[in-house]
Each structure stands twice: as C-alpha cells, then as structure tokens.
Design a protein around this ligand. Structure first.
Ligand SMILES: Nc1ncnc2c1ncn2[C@@H]1O[C@H](COP(=O)(O)OP(=O)(O)OP(=O)(O)O)[C@@H](O)[C@H]1O
Ligand SMILES: [Mg+2]
Length: 164
C-alpha cells in the first residue's frame, strides 16, 4: 500500500495502549474492516506542543519511505477520531529482554535493518536502538521501530525525542 493521508471519524475502535514514551502514545486500533493497526499519536502532555507534532510528522516522513522486513512499515499520516499521527502495521509481539536483544539471531536482524538504513541514497542513523524500540514476533521476526531520534547522515540530530 502507498503511504498516504487518511481521516477516520467513525467505525474505528481504540483497543488498548501498546506503549508510551517521551512525546507519544501508541494505540492498537481496529478499522471498520476489522484489520488491526498501530497508531502513534501525541500523548496528553504534548497535544498542543507544535514542536512535538513537527517531530512526529518528521518521523512519519522518514518512515514512509522505508521498506525492509526488519523495519516497521508506516501506512499513512492519519487523523483518527480527532487525533493526528502515524498509522503503521501492528506487530503482535513483545519488546525483547536485554538477553534476547543481544542474542545472535536478534542482533543479526537488527544489523540487517541498520545496513539497509546505511545503504540508502540518503543514509539514516536510527540513533536510539534499544529493547523498547524493537519488537520480536513469536515467529522470530524482529522489527526496529521508533524513528523519533533518527536523522539523515550529515544533518543535525533532532532535539525532541532524543534517547531517554
Ligand atoms: N507498530 C507497533 N506494533 C506493536 N507495538 C508497538 C508498535 N509501535 C510501538 N509499539 C509499542 O509501543 C512502544 C512505544 O512505541 P515507540 O517506541 O514508537 O514510542 P515512544 O518511545 O513513545 O516514542 P517517542 O520516543 O517518540 O516518545 C514500543 O516499545 C512498543 O512496545
Ligand atoms: Mg521508543
């Protein structure tokens, strides 16, 4: 699916909070066609914070161009029941423990994601690789997410969303 802009004002259900951090809350949402997605929006402290919104949009713009099995896939910049944010694939898995994070199979897949980011015409530095920014599916698929601190090589790293 091409990444694009959507507005959902009916028939969408917020199922539960999947996680939260500095500026964002990530919710599991279910569409009218019953498909699940993850939706990253500003948390209540940052709803009126223009810089936080700009940071989330920048994260989306970067993510929307990335296609790799070990990187979260963004589907669109969406307005869901009045909240704006990133609509992305839902990964049904868990943040790895530290032991799992540093295990050879997980490390190898994260390195594949990093190699892909480095190989782009405009190479990207993720800048915040840690267990809470990785999800491992029961199938063993490893997915790198949270590009809020990421930047294009040679540009200034963002101030908002720096590593906690
Ligand atoms: N697409 C997804 N599918 C399933 N769970 C997700 C997804 N995106 C995020 N999560 C969960 O939500 C948590 C927080 O997401 P993320 O790291 O993107 O946001 P954050 O740390 O709150 O962001 P920020 O650093 O921008 O404030 C993750 O650790 C993960 O457990
Ligand atoms: Mg995070």
């Amino acid at each position: 699916m091409m990444a694009s802009e959507f507005t959902y004002d009916g028939g969408v259900k917020r199922i539960r909070l999947l996680g939260s951090g500095g500026i964002g809350d990530v919710f599991l949402v279910q569409m009218q066609n019953s498909n699940y997605f993850a939706f990253k929006t500003l948390n209540s402290q940052n709803i009126f914070n223009k810089k936080a919104l700009q940071s989330l949009k920048t994260e989306y713009d970067m993510l929307s161009n990335l296609v790799h099995p070990n990187i979260i896939r963004a589907h669109g910049w969406a307005n869901i029941l009045g909240d704006i944010g990133i609509l992305m694939e839902y990964i049904d898995g868990h943040n790895p423990s530290w032991e799992k994070f540093v295990s050879a199979p997980v490390k190898k897949k994260i390195c594949q994601a990093v190699r892909y980011l480095r190989s782009l015409p405009q190479p990207i530095v993720h800048n915040d690789i840690k267990p809470s920014n990785v999800i491992v599916e029961p199938t063993g698929r490893v997915v790198l997410l949270d590009f809020s601190a990421a930047y294009y090589c040679g540009t200034t790293p963002p101030k908002i969303g720096r590593p906690e």
